[in-house]
Design a protein around this ligand. Structure first.
Ligand code: ADP
Length: 161
């Protein structure tokens, strides 16, 4: 059984993330979506909330499991029996950092390879931070986030304005 892991901040999960999850879940037997902490980001949602939001939008994908990890990705992947990291690439600017991370993760865990899926063209410009920025100016975000989580997102934005 081939298990892949898709790590990220997912603050919150966007239609771009969901597109990668759907495509990766059809390639692998099992996909773990892993919510991670990023010391450089101040998240809008707690890790538990982000896990819950992703679970709500992936309920139609029986081979997808959503977990939080505060550990090193290479170690968490080993513990969970994952042999592939899945990453989404939006533009060349994503590539340099992702290339470096792929090499580091392989060095730390030689049983782990990284596979890149290119973003679908309609999601190439989409990031969680861009959606947050648009929402603060009350722009229509219905094309960017899964509809099930828009009320949670709008409620959080209005608390923070
Ligand atoms: P961001 O905060 O920029 O959305 P994340 O850390 O949540 O980033 O992203 C997790 C993974 O998802 C990364 O591999 C990132 O490149 C990928 N990703 C994010 N947005 C998209 C998108 N619109 N299309 C494809 N991949 C994406």
């Amino acid at each position: 059984m081939k298990t892949a892991i898709y790590p990220g901040s997912f603050d919150p999960v966007t239609n771009g993330h969901l597109n990668i999850i759907e495509r990766a879940s059809s390639i692998f037997d099992r996909l773990i979506v892993c919510v991670m902490t990023n010391a450089q980001k101040h998240p809008m949602f707690t890790a538990e909330e982000r896990v819950d939001l992703i679970r709500r939008v992936t309920g139609h994908l029986p081979n997808v499991e959503v977990l939080y990890s505060g550990k090193l990705l290479a170690d968490f992947a080993r513990e969970r029996g994952c042999t592939t990291i899945v990453k989404g690439l939006r533009a060349v600017s994503d590539f340099e950092r992702e290339f470096q991370m792929a090499l580091i993760n392989h060095k730390l865990n030689p049983g782990l390879d990284t596979m890149f899926l290119t973003a679908e063209h309609q999601f190439m410009y989409l990031s969680s931070s861009a959606v947050k920025e648009m929402a603060r100016y009350d722009a229509d975000i219905s094309d960017f986030l899964p509809s099930q989580i828009i009320p949670d997102f709008k409620a959080r934005i209005s608390e923070q304005i």
